[in-house]
Design a protein around this ligand. Structure first.
Ligand code: HSE
Length: 428
């Protein structure tokens, strides 16, 4: 048997412990699959004495992850600390400079620094792999870089934050408000230390930006992702959308258009009978469209010890086998700078308006929409007991600027009360 592949693991939280367990418990399987033992030389974390339920006494301890990353007995630096900057970035840079390969679950770091880091690693003949950074246990990075490498990818779509999907589906099933379910998710420990990373769409936006880079051969452009979180989604819209046959999801969509790269992570309606519409709880789903393969749907756990450690191990095992893929599926220096699409592709929209219940009110709304070039597909006025009439409209495809014009014009009529709600419909 050849030399072992020696790991240095920085970060012994849920995922780090999961990786240690796999290395300890499946040593024979890993060696059989790679042809060499996979071992751990050293570990690093915030607290040395914490009981993590695994025996780490056989590994060297380093307080400083930068020192860990540069140890002579480490071949692969496994970065599981998180954070876009600070120790994670410093240690990753140090690892590359010291000639180590890197495996990371850190979507924030790569979304902000992935291009520079990938160029540095490739110039040094090293690899950075990040399967665990996107959609937890779903092997979507591998699918794009390997299984679908012969395709032109036209679209990447998905639910990439389990916490948001838990909140939205729980609101619907329990009939609870956003605030109530947010608190429940908090009690269950589902939320990131900074909850806005989840509910603000940032975590999922990081993931989408990383997938876009591979899918479209572009430099990671997180700032180009149009982001909107789920904080404004109401139980009323969830219920009304359900009555029209839709579910509301925090949906990522990336597509290369003739106008440039379009990337969005926003609440959208999807058909309730579609795979995405049927995705319940804290699960993730990624839908890939390729010109040869057609559509691929991948579903699985987006977080948690086992699923995320499984993805980390996939990268480690590739390195053990001598598989040395470019970080983003092609040499980093060949990735082109993304030209951002200025406006989103036209789509149907769900509109919810509250109208004064008086003759001619609906006609005025229809006239405003018509003036803005918006055609109505379906319209429903709810029965109501007060003087205000809730109205739901599903439009045909609308260009984003036309929708914006309508949203500005509607409240200026004397029949629309408050600001209309508009949500994009994605027929995935
Ligand atoms: N907080 C994320 C989620 C997992 O809820 O999906 C880590 O990216």
């Amino acid at each position: 048997m050849t030399d072992p592949l020696r790991l240095g693991i920085a970060g012994l939280g849920t995922v780090g412990v999961g990786v240690v367990k796999i290395v300890q418990q499946r040593a024979d399987l890993l060696a059989a699959r790679t042809g060499r033992p996979v071992t751990i030389s050293a570990v690093s974390a915030r607290s040395r004495d914490k009981d993590r339920g695994v025996d780490i006494s056989g590994y060297a301890w380093e307080d400083d992850p930068v020192v860990l990353a540069t140890r002579d007995d480490v071949d692969v630096f496994v970065e599981l600390m998180g954070g876009s900057d600070g120790p994670a970035k410093a240690a990753t840079e140090a690892a590359i400079a010291a000639g180590k390969d890197v495996v990371t679950a850190n979507k924030a770091m790569l979304a902000h620094h992935g291009q520079v880091m990938a160029e540095a690693a490739e110039a040094a003949g090293r690899v950075i792999r990040f399967e665990a950074a996107v959609a937890g246990g779903i092997p979507v990075v591998k699918a794009l870089t390997e299984g679908l490498a012969g395709n032109e990818i036209s679209r990447v779509t998905g639910v990439m934050n389990g916490t948001c999907n838990y909140i939205l589906t729980r609101m619907q099933s329990a009939g609870l408000s956003y605030d109530e379910v947010f608190e429940e998710a908090n009690q269950l420990g589902y939320l990131e230390a900074d909850p806005n990373l989840d509910v603000g769409g940032i975590d999922a936006g990081h993931k989408l930006a990383l997938l876009s880079a591979i899918a479209f051969g572009t430099q990671v452009d997180f700032d180009g992702v149009a982001l909107e979180g789920i904080g404004q989604v109401t139980i009323e819209d969830i219920n009304q959308a359900a009555e029209l046959g839709f579910r509301i999801k925090l949906l990522g969509v990336a597509r290369m258009t003739g106008r440039g790269l379009e990337q969005r992570m926003t609440p959208c309606l999807v058909p309730e009978n579609s795979p995405l519409g049927q995705l319940e709880g804290g699960t993730n789903m990624v839908v890939l469209d390729g010109n040869s393969v057609g559509q691929i749907v991948m579903r699985g756990a987006g977080a948690g010890e086992g699923p995320t450690a499984s993805a980390v191990m996939a990268d480690i095992l590739d390195i053990a086998r001598g598989i040395r893929l470019s970080t983003f599926g092609q040499p980093a220096t060949s990735l082109i700078k993304a030209n951002r699409a200025a406006v989103a592709t036209a789509a149907p929209y769900y509109l919810r308006l509250t109208l004064k219940d008086k003759p001619g009110a609906l006609a005025k709304v229809a006239a405003v929409l018509g003036d803005c070039g918006i055609s109505i597909d379906r319209m429903r006025q709810r029965s109501h007991g007060s003087t205000d009439a809730p109205v739901l409209i599903v439009t045909h495809k609308v260009a984003a600027p036309s929708l914006q014009d309508a949203l500005e014009a509607l409240p200026k009529t004397d029949v629309v009360i408050g600001q209309p709600v508009a949500l994009r419909i994605e027929n995935v």
